[in-house]
Write a protein of this length. Structure first.
Length: 451
């Protein structure tokens, strides 16, 4: 400067420098880092502190208690892991570190990367949007279950439904839930349930396991089958910490198969309490209505007693007698006039007798009658022949003829014809229509020829 003074410098303190560097580092997006765990520390706070290293470098890591509680595998020194983390800075020492959000053994790393890629792609399509998810119907009378027929998840679901609401009907759509071919079977089962449309809600359930065990539920085909299913789908896969693509696409997510069953089944005791409450309210309303109608009846009876109709009836009776006399005189005068007119018309009619024309018409009528009878005979004969032919044809296709040979037409409780034993279960009441009358029976056992 012309006056020789030095320019003013912007001098950083160490705290300011670290704070600004921290702001820059924490602005970076989350990233995946793979390495070996060492120097693991577990203080009483529940946080985890460790170093992630490879052959050429290392970086300090911190994992807060809330994130550490969701780890599926326990971290140990020497464990090779894949972590998702944000870059941060520990200001008091000026050390940059990774704030770990999730960690899995590196053997699951490839699957985890595939999971995150598919999750991002489907989220961009809107398959996880809350707006496209449907509410559960009310009430739920029939529940479909897509799971393994021999797995513990089915047992948990059936036990929970039997305990909470035994009246619920359950239909199983069996499918493998892991291993080769499981994806195709899951897609087929979901499509079959949607096509049959015989359930109010569909449970997609499986017990817990590793990421690899649950991988069938992270397949894009299964996700799209869930989204395309016309029936609301509740996913109960693994445990609370297990999150799959199927959980994210489903209309509702439950923490486990048992939780899924509880979500769709009303508590029988609660229903009984509600029923008792409704009964008490209905009883009170009926009593109030009866009391109100009784009061109106008493008021009407009092008014009727005050306005006795005897006097008015006497006046109307006298008026009726007068009108009756006038009507009688009017009828007599009309009859006399009609008789005179009738006599005049009779005389004119006799002068213009139609007897000759009547004779001719009678002869023509006889001729036409004869021709008509002959034509009718021919027509009836032809009609009988056609009727006999149609009757024989109808008997050939009539179900009554089939019934007469000892067959029966069987229908279920909803009056729908039964063509497959899987439409009924043991204990169901069915109706069998015979050639003469019908039978109502209870199914003792169901034998499926395809098994």
């Amino acid at each position: 400067m012309s006056n020789g003074t030095a320019p003013k410098r912007d001098v950083y303190s160490v705290s300011r420098l670290n704070a600004e560097v921290r702001g820059v580092l924490e602005g970076l997006p989350s990233l995946w880092v793979e390495g070996e765990v060492s120097n693991l520390a577990r203080p009483a706070s529940g946080h985890l502190y460790f170093t992630l290293k490879d052959a050429g470098a290392q970086v300090r890591c911190a994992m807060w208690r809330t994130r550490a509680a969701t780890l599926g595998a326990r971290l140990e020194d020497g464990l090779q892991v894949l972590v998702r983390a944000r870059v941060g800075l520990y200001e008091p020492r000026g050390e940059y570190q990774l704030i770990v959000e999730h960690a899995v053994p590196s053997g699951d790393g490839a699957l985890r990367r595939r999971f995150e890629a598919l999750r991002a792609a489907l989220a961009a399509e809107g398959l996880f949007d809350a707006a496209r998810k449907r509410p559960l119907p009310e009430p739920i009378r029939r529940v479909g279950v897509v799971t393994s027929a021999s797995g513990a998840a089915l047992h948990d679901v059936l036990t929970t439904l039997a305990r909470r609401c035994p009246a619920l009907e359950v239909i199983l759509y069996p499918s493998a839930v892991q291993g080769a071919g499981s994806v195709e079977q899951l897609v087929t089962a979901l499509a079959l349930a949607g096509r049959r449309a015989e359930c109010d809600v569909l449970l997609l359930v499986r017990g817990g396991g590793s990421l690899e065990d649950l991988w069938s539920f992270n397949d894009e085909r299964v996700a799209r089958a869930i989204a395309a299913c016309p029936i609301p789908v509740v996913a109960g896969i693994g445990h609370e910490v297990d999150v799959t693509i199927a959980d994210l696409v489903a209309d509702r997510r439950a923490p486990s198969p048992t939780g899924a069953a509880e979500l769709v089944s009303p508590d029988a005791l609660e229903l009984l309490h509600r029923l008792d409450d409704q009964r008490l309210r209905l009883d009170g309303a009926l009593r109030r209505d009866l009391r109100r109608h009784h009061e109106r009846l008493c008021f009407a009876s009092h008014r009727l007693a005050q306005l006795h109709p005897g006097q008015r009836l006497a006046q109307r009776s006298q008026r009726l007698d007068e009108l009756e006399a006038r009507a009688r005189r009017a009828v007599q005068a009309t009859l006399l006039a009609r008789r005179a007119r009738l006599a005049g018309l009779g005389a004119r009619l006799r002068e213009r007798s139609p007897q000759p024309r009547l004779e001719a018409l009678r002869a023509r009528g006889l001729l036409l009658t004869t021709r008509l009878e002959h034509a009718a005979t021919l027509l009836l004969r032809g009609g009988r022949d056609r009727l006999a032919l149609a009757s024989r044809a109808l008997d050939a296709v009539s179900p009554l003829a089939t019934l007469a040979r000892g067959y029966a037409i069987v229908s279920g409780p909803d009056q729908r014809l039964l063509r497959d034993v899987r439409q009924v279960a043991a204990g169901t009441t069915i109706e069998a229509r015979l050639a003469r009358g019908a039978l109502r029976a209870t199914v003792v056992a169901v034998e499926d020829d395809e098994r």
